[in-house]
Design a binder for this molecule. Structure first.
Ligand code: GTP
Length: 600
């Protein structure tokens, strides 16, 4: 395929606007998959993706299409729609020259439409606006066309109006892609260089890398060099995704395809790396900023005997997702575990669900923490990933200049009647309004700077419930700001439970402190003595509850004299205790943590 007969493009959309459905239709139209008419959503391969109806990992597929007597190779690079994965979106966009901006003709532009538009615009991609779901009785294409004009200043004279579900005007898409999106610019004559933009772990062949070949030709058997790690690899397989891996023996300039080259773990595949031939000097391709973990949480096995198995499973899962960071952690209450870093709370939930679904794991996930920053008087800084790293009062008095928390710039779009409720929600979360504009005569787009910590809790659920589901939301990072932060600890009969300490803004302490003691009271069993549950800031008690003593007499059941039976029961009770964690003199089964974390 000469480069002028290749197009590399993606589809970007707000969640549920029909991206996967459209992708399936295009795959059917080009006979890449057989037509069964159902919504198979071929690109959404992971089980969690199917269950949740969201795309987590970008997938790529190559299609062949005959247009005006010429054969074209069209590479569709899938992108996830959710804010947590905007890093995956931007790296998939780097391998494209253009994109279809898909908008639901009934819902109009939404927060992620705006965010994804700017990502694509920033990459300099050609953007083709497409209205989907025109079959819906509630669709209003004219109104949405106006929104697109006013929000993005895009030319809408040749806007496509389709229904991905019923197939209306589906045949207009690929001609428009060929006519409007530029072909890749590289040259076959130049020395080979390619951008590594995705990778995954395959149980049979090991790590598979997706490459966008910019110049030259790559053949099976070639020795290549990774610019990032200075490592040599031999290409043992090379091919295209059609839709599964199809070996082709080579890839040339302009093509997008996969290679297998003997990498052991996905962390060797550095996203944004440039591959080139040994001994050839090439200009390196602009890579990506590595994804930053925005949410950290401790993960512990419910049954401590599962530690090894879980360790193994976490390793396997992170082979597939290099954006999760992993460190070992030990807790007085929960034993050995891990502190994992995620791109956001959805990313965390998905990871947890994959551990549970794919590996049958039984785990406790602690309260998530955002990366707080300590600025010391000597101007050095430290990122806190775990509340146990929070500076104590001595350190704060003598060494710490200030504490800071990460902020985000949030974009929300909603019908104007919810304005009051949205302002109230953001104000209650320490937000600061930056801007608001009307995207049409009924809908408002509002921007707020908010602490990330407020957003990772239940902000999204609150936004949805206060707007009857109509508001949409997306955010981008917005640096750090000084903040009045404190560490709240939980004490059981005066002994701290490390796994339950949290970093909070001072204004939240009273409410969270009271709420937590109540919830803990509900999950901790009564014991043979009083148990005092307290939340505290240093030595200052915030809230307190008491679980009164239980006169637990296991021998009461035996009538009189059977001594051996009585001994047996006492022995049994002792063994039961061994399986419990002790915090001071208080027995605390892992199950209590599980219940506490789960019932938020
Ligand atoms: P994410 O992968 O989560 O970002 O979602 P998506 O954008 O891929 O949306 P998806 O293709 O899963 O479609 C969401 C819902 O809209 C599904 O229930 C589809 O059946 C439905 N849908 C998609 N296209 C159309 C359409 O043209 N008309 C109608 N009526 N429904 C559609």
């Amino acid at each position: 395929f000469p480069a002028e007969n290749i197009r590399n493009f993606s589809i970007i959309a707000h969640i549920d606007h029909g991206k996967s459905t459209l992708a399936d239709r295009l795959l059917e139209l080009t006979n890449t998959i057989s037509q069964r008419g159902s919504n198979k959503q071929v690109l959404d391969k992971l089980k969690v993706e199917r269950e949740r109806g969201i795309t987590v990992k970008a997938q790529t597929v190559s299609m062949f299409y005959n247009y005006k007597g010429k054969e074209y190779l069209l590479n569709l690079i899938d992108t996830p729609g959710h804010v947590d994965f905007s890093y995956e979106v931007s790296r998939s966009l780097a391998a494209c020259q253009g994109t279809l901006l898909l908008v639901d003709a009934a819902q109009g532009i939404q927060a992620q439409t705006v965010a994804n538009f700017y990502l694509a615009f920033g990459e300099g991609l050609h953007i083709i606006p497409v209205l989907n779901k025109i079959d819906l009785p509630g669709s209003d294409p004219e109104r949405v066309v106006k929104q697109i004009e006013s929000a993005f200043e895009l030319d809408t004279s040749s806007i496509l109006k389709i229904s991905a579900k019923s197939g209306i005007n589906i045949d207009t898409i690929l001609p428009s892609v060929i006519e409007n999106i530029p072909s890749p610019q590289g040259s076959i004559q130049k020395p080979f260089r390619a951008l590594l933009f995705d990778s995954w772990y395959d149980k049979y062949v090991g790590v598979v890398c997706m490459l966008g070949v910019v110049d030259g030709v790559l053949r099976k058997g070639d020795k290549v060099f990774s610019a990032h790690s200075d490592t040599k690899y031999e290409i043992t397989e090379v091919g295209i995704m059609h839709p599964e891996q199809v070996p082709t023996g080579y890839l040339h300039a302009g093509q997008v395809g996969y290679v297998v080259c003997g990498m052991k773990s996905a962390s060797e595949a550095y996203i944004g790396d440039t591959f080139h031939h040994l001994n050839s000097k090439v200009e390196l391709l602009p890579g990506f900023q590595p994804a930053q973990s925005m949410v950290f949480a401790g993960i512990f096995p419910v049954d401590t005997n599962d530690f090894r198995k879980l360790d193994d499973n976490i390793k396997k899962l992170t082979l597939n997702d290099a954006s999760v960071t992993v460190h070992k952690e030990t807790s007085n209450a929960l034993g050995q575990g891990w502190r994992l870093g995620f791109l956001g709370t959805l990313h965390m939930d998905v990871f947890r669900q994959r551990l549970e679904n794919e590996y049958d794991a039984n785990i406790i996930v602690t309260q998530p923490t955002v990366p707080y920053r300590v600025v010391y008087k000597d101007k050095t800084t430290h990122i806190i990933r775990n509340p146990t790293e929070f500076p104590d009062s001595d350190e704060r008095a003598f060494k710490v200049l200030r504490l800071e928390e990460p902020m985000v710039l949030a974009t929300m779009i909603f019908p104007e009647e919810y304005m009051g409720k949205m302002i109230e929600l953001c104000g209650g979360r320490r937000g600061e309004q930056k801007d608001y504009v009307y995207v049409d005569d009924k809908r408002v787009m509002m921007k707020y700077v908010l602490p990330l910590a407020e957003v990772v809790q239940d902000f999204y659920d609150e936004l949805k419930s206060r707007s009857s589901g109509y508001a949409t939301f997306d955010y981008e990072e917005h640096g750090y700001e000084e903040s009045d932060l404190v560490k709240m600890s939980v004490l059981l009969n005066s002994k701290p439970v490390d796994a339950l300490s949290v970093i909070l803004h001072r204004s939240q302490v009273d409410q969270v402190g009271r709420d937590w003691v109540k919830r803990l009271k509900n999950v901790i069993q009564r014991q043979l003595f009083d148990v005092v549950i307290q939340t505290a800031l240093g030595h200052k008690i915030v809230a307190r509850e008491t679980i009164s003593a239980l006169r637990k007499n296991v021998t009461a059941k035996c009538y009189g004299g059977d001594v051996s039976r009585k001994m047996k029961l006492l022995q049994k009770q002792k063994e039961g205790k061994k399986r419990m964690k002790m915090i001071g003199n208080v027995e605390l089964p892992q199950k209590a943590f599980y219940d506490f974390m789960d019932k938020k």
